[in-house]
Design a protein around this ligand. Structure first.
Ligand SMILES: Nc1nc2c(ncn2[C@@H]2O[C@H](COP(=O)(O)OP(=O)(O)OP(=O)(O)O)[C@@H](O)[C@H]2O)c(=O)[nH]1
Ligand SMILES: [Mg+2]
Length: 375
């Protein structure tokens, strides 16, 4: 996953590093040439002076004395010149392993490329602009040390992304200790992986010795109740269900009541998939929310939905309220922009990511999951 961004970003960083290396070498070469040119005339000047001062036909004894004086003068300046050259060499040597200051033009061009790459990888436009301008600020204030420029640039990009992706995320099993029963409602668009994710989360709670009840509050899609019943059977947990077409809020209410009566630790509410633009279905979800009063509302979305994902999360957050996001199907060919945008722009934690269809295919989200893959 994230191969697309990784490849493109890798190319951009490499060509930028090469440019930086080349332009700084040019600068250094100029520096080496200039000071030597300035100082070499020392000997020439002495020779010229000697020639000027030497009379065309001097008396033999005077000529000898003058020559002796001038030779000692030359010797002295040769020594000085040697010393100066040695000093200069050391200075240049330090300069060569020292700092490189990047030009504003080079930085602007690179940051523009970076912004374009983010957008090509489905990072939302405002998020891409924010990241790019933060990177520019950091690069403008940075001096790179001679050596591995590519890895230094990668580190600066990592700094920017890490800072923006530092949304605090939490472990569901730990969090569930805050209340009994602990009620979690899963919402999101059609086919995103809500029901599968609920089964994975139920399995996770069971592995941590927690008791679970499922609420089959998707009474809308054909086959949805059988689907969750099958998971319940495999996992050996209770499922509270009504008939198809029943009020989802009533199903959720009954599941919570059952958990209270049976001292069940966790209630996981499945809901029907819906587009955020469908007003009636969003209102229906609002009702489930008011009746079941979940401790957490988690948005489940496909990581590969790109820009559409951001619009969905934004609307669900605004209309229903969200406490976190689970991104599914990141085992498929994902550009990675969705996760970066959610964290940069929407200030919502990504709690877990789905990595396949098995119950164990779910892992905690960490920024490294993306950073290690794209950098
Ligand atoms: N590869 C992969 N497939 C997944 C993942 N999560 C879910 N799926 C698959 O996605 C498809 C839809 O999953 P569901 O759990 O039914 O999705 P849903 O959101 O409940 O769908 P609706 O109830 O119709 O809205 C199924 O075939 C799942 O096996 C994942 O992390 N990786
Ligand atoms: Mg479902």
């Amino acid at each position: 996953m994230f191969d697309f961004l990784k490849k493109k970003l890798g190319n951009a960083i490499n060509s930028f590093s090469k440019k930086v290396e080349e332009s700084s070498t040019e600068k250094e070469e100029k520096r080496i040439e200039e000071p030597i040119k300035e100082e070499t005339p020392v000997e020439e000047v002495v020779e010229e002076e000697l020639a000027e001062e030497t009379p065309t036909e001097p008396l033999p004894e005077i000529k000898t004395i003058e020559k002796t004086i001038e030779i000692s003068k030359i010797k002295k300046t040769e020594e000085e010149s040697k010393k100066f050259k040695a000093k200069l060499k050391t200075k240049l040597k330090h300069g060569l392993i020292g700092k490189i200051k990047l030009s504003e033009k080079e930085i602007s061009e690179f940051c523009w490329d970076f912004e374009m790459l983010l957008m090509e990888s489905d990072v939302e436009i405002e998020a891409a602009q924010k990241l790019s301008s933060e990177l520019k600020e950091i690069l403008l204030g940075s001096e790179l040390t001679r050596g591995d420029i590519t890895s230094q640039i990668k580190n600066l990009i990592r700094q920017v992304l890490e800072k923006n992706m530092a949304e605090e995320n939490f472990d569901l099993v730990e969090k569930s200790k805050e209340n009994q029963p602990f009620i979690i409602m899963f919402i999101g668009p059609n086919g995103a992986g809500k029901t599968t994710t609920i089964a994975k989360i139920a399995n996770m709670f069971l592995e941590n010795k927690k008791t679970v009840v499922l609420a089959a509050a998707d009474t809308f899609r054909a086959g949805s109740i059988q689907q969750i019943e099958e998971h319940a059977k495999k996992l050996n947990v209770k499922v509270v269900k009504h008939d198809y077409g029943a009020d989802p809020a009533a199903v959720a209410y009954d599941a919570v009541a059952s958990a209270k009566a049976n001292k069940t630790d966790v209630v996981l509410i499945d809901t029907a998939g819906r587009q955020q633009t469908n007003v009636n279905l969003m209102d229906e979800l609002g009702k489930v929310n008011r009746v079941a009063k979940p401790n957490l509302k988690i948005f489940v979305g496909e990581a590969l939905a790109g820009q559409a994902l951001i619009d969905q999360v934004e609307t669900f957050k605004e209309k229903i309220g969200l406490d976190g996001v689970i991104l599914t199907k990141i085992d498929t060919d994902v550009k990675g922009g969705g996760a970066i945008s959610i964290l940069t722009k929407l200030n919502l934690p990504i709690l877990y990511v789905g990595t396949g269809q098995k119950y164990s295919d779910i892992i905690r989200f960490t920024p490294e999951l993306i950073l290690d893959r794209i950098l």
